[in-house]
Write a protein that binds this ligand. Structure first.
Ligand SMILES: [Ca+2]
Length: 556
């Protein structure tokens, strides 16, 4: 073969080499076996040393050794990650590895995954829990992609590097940027940024958002077809068609997209087999009801409508609709919806964001955002409301309502024994809350109104009108309304009349209505029945005592 011969150092195994070095008296069979066995041991040590050396030399290690080194340090290579980026992360891991078991090490570990972080000891807001910590993660070189694999990766490294005696209480991913520490408290949004999306809770993994398993589950997508079977891979196309296929106990999951239809739910669930019609992702399924009077109407009982964005209807966003005493609807619920830009004319037919009609009983509206109901610029109108309960036993809790022409929360016609708990109602043209009726022989009483904020509304904070009896008003914050209290037949207890100190109040509606740490509403709520389980961001409700309003400050 032409060309230069290159002398290579020949690599020989001790197993072969030692017997050759031995003197003649050790060259017989038993001597060679002894030396060969000794050599095998040496070969094994040499191999381990080489591997170990290569593994420590992340800068020089070949790809497979780098993978091994990463695994040893709790890192895995992302699909498609270049060798150089991967190598840099593995090299950096040495830093946090040295510091594992410390908060600094934990930050370093998350940084190696591509995230910035803040680690908050739980005892700062709950002195009974001294060895737990929360982790807030936000994007740096990497954004959380929402996959279970990435969540597992993040949680695994936290648990691997955390101090041994501590426990991860909660982990949140704050996708819209770093948290801002300021003298008055921790806020989700940088100053000036408005209405950021809620943080994603990674741990505990149980989510606030309902995840029901029905007797049967069906799917709808704007890109589906009504001749499909309604499976996740072959979804139906319209919500209205899907509803025609439902029976008690069914769950309909509506995939992301805009649905240009008026949805009427002419079905019935039962107390134990409710019908659930839900956006697969909160506010991901949008009902554009432009050209219709209504967005979604209930024509039966025991139905849940969850997580839709509804807008554009001429009269009402979402309504449980019966005015027939022989056809009472029971226990319908509207949860986690966003109802906005419903612009009814100011006439006696009126309109609202959410309505439970006169013979809709024991219905619930919880964790909804309702805003811009009626033409705000046109001034007050007493026929247009945010959430309007007309029947017995309504539960209205944990909602945020703003910029409504009439009352944010109205209760008129046949309401009785209802609950109005932990709502925030601001900047409504006529008032925050009204209770009353002019129905002959009916008195509005037995209401529990607790832990609400009614602030900066046009005329009234809370008003009892016409035929009312004894209602309970506990621990409400009424502030900045021309008349904060206008009760006719009841009294109010433990009320606060002070600026609630929103993070960033904006009359335009695009503010941040969470509470500053200096807010008088913090821990000022009463532990009443029907207290919401979550705040409006899906965060835990009880941090010490409940806060007043729809949001619960997580750090106190
Ligand atoms: Ca609290």
């Amino acid at each position: 073969m032409p060309g230069q011969e290159i002398d290579l150092v020949s690599v020989r195994l001790y197993e072969d080499w030692l017997p050759e070095l031995a003197p003649p008296w050790l060259q017989k069979d038993r001597g060679r076996a002894l030396l060969s066995g000794w050599g095998q041991g040496l070969d094994e040590y040499a191999s381990l040393t080489t591997t170990g050396l290569l593994a420590r030399w992340a800068a020089l290690a070949p790809e497979d050794a780098l993978n091994r080194l990463g695994a040893e340090r709790g890192l895995t290579r992302y699909p498609g990650e270049s060798l150089e980026v991967w190598r840099t992360r593995v090299l950096g891991a040495w830093e946090f590895w040295q510091w594992s078991g410390t908060e600094y090490g934990l930050s370093g570990a998350l940084s190696q995954l591509g995230y910035a972080s803040a680690i908050v000891p739980v005892w700062t807001y709950d002195t009974a829990r001294w060895s737990e910590f929360d982790v807030y993660i936000y994007p740096a070189s990497r954004s959380y992609d929402g996959t279970p694999e990435e969540r597992a990766r993040i949680l695994a490294i936290i648990n691997k590097v955390k101090p041994a005696h501590t426990r991860l209480a909660a982990a949140y991913y704050v996708g819209f940027g770093p948290l801002t520490w300021n003298p008055s408290g921790l806020t989700w949004d940088p100053p000036g940024q408005v209405w950021g999306a809620p943080p994603i809770q990674l741990w505990p993994e149980q989510s606030y958002y309902p995840n029901p398993t029905g007797l049967r589950t069906f799917y709808v997508s704007p890109s589906g077809s009504n001749s499909n079977p309604g499976t996740i891979n072959q979804p139906w196309q319209t919500i209205s068609y899907a509803i025609s296929q439902l029976t008690a106990g069914d769950v309909l999951r509506v995939l992301d997209g805009v649905y240009n239809e008026y949805v009427h739910i002419n079905r019935n669930g039962t107390p134990t087999n409710r019908i659930v019609i839900m956006a697969q992702n909160k506010w991901g399924a949008k009902i554009n009801a432009a050209g219709h009077n209504y967005g979604i109407t209930f024509g039966g009982s025991y139905i849940d409508v969850i997580g839709f964005e509804v807008y554009g209807a001429a009269r009402v966003g979402i309504m449980s609709w019966t005015y027939n005493p022989a056809n009472v609807y029971q226990s319908n619920r509207v949860l986690w919806c966003y109802v906005h830009d419903i612009i009814p004319p100011c006439d006696s037919d009126g309109g609202a964001g959410i309505v439970f009609s006169t013979y809709s009983e024991n219905c619930e509206a919880a964790y909804n955002v309702v805003r811009d109901i009626g033409d705000y610029a046109a001034g007050p109108c007493t026929w247009i409301h945010g959430i309007y309960a007309q029947g017995y036993g309504a539960i209205v809790r944990g909602n945020f309502v703003q910029r409504v022409r009439g009352y944010g929360l109205d209760n008129w016609h046949r309401p009785k024994n209802g609950y109005i708990i932990n709502n925030t109602v601001v900047n409504c043209r006529y008032g925050g809350l009204s209770l009353g009726t002019d129905v002959a022989g009916h008195t509005v009483d037995g209401y529990l109104v607790a832990n609400n904020i009614f602030a900066l509304n046009g005329s009234y904070g809370v008003q009892e009108v016409a035929q009312t009896g004894v209602n309970q008003f506990l621990n409400n914050l009424n502030w900045g309304n021309p008349t904060n209290w206008a009760l006719a037949t009841s009294t109010h207890q433990n009320s606060i009349n002070a600026d609630p100190k929103f993070v960033d109040y904006q009359a335009s509606g695009n503010g941040n209505y969470r509470l500053l740490q200096s807010s008088p509403a913090i821990n000022a709520g009463a532990p009443v029945s029907q207290l919401p389980d979550y705040d409006l961001d899906g965060l835990p409700r009880l941090r010490g005592a409940p806060d007043i309003g729809a949001y619960e400050l997580q750090e106190v």
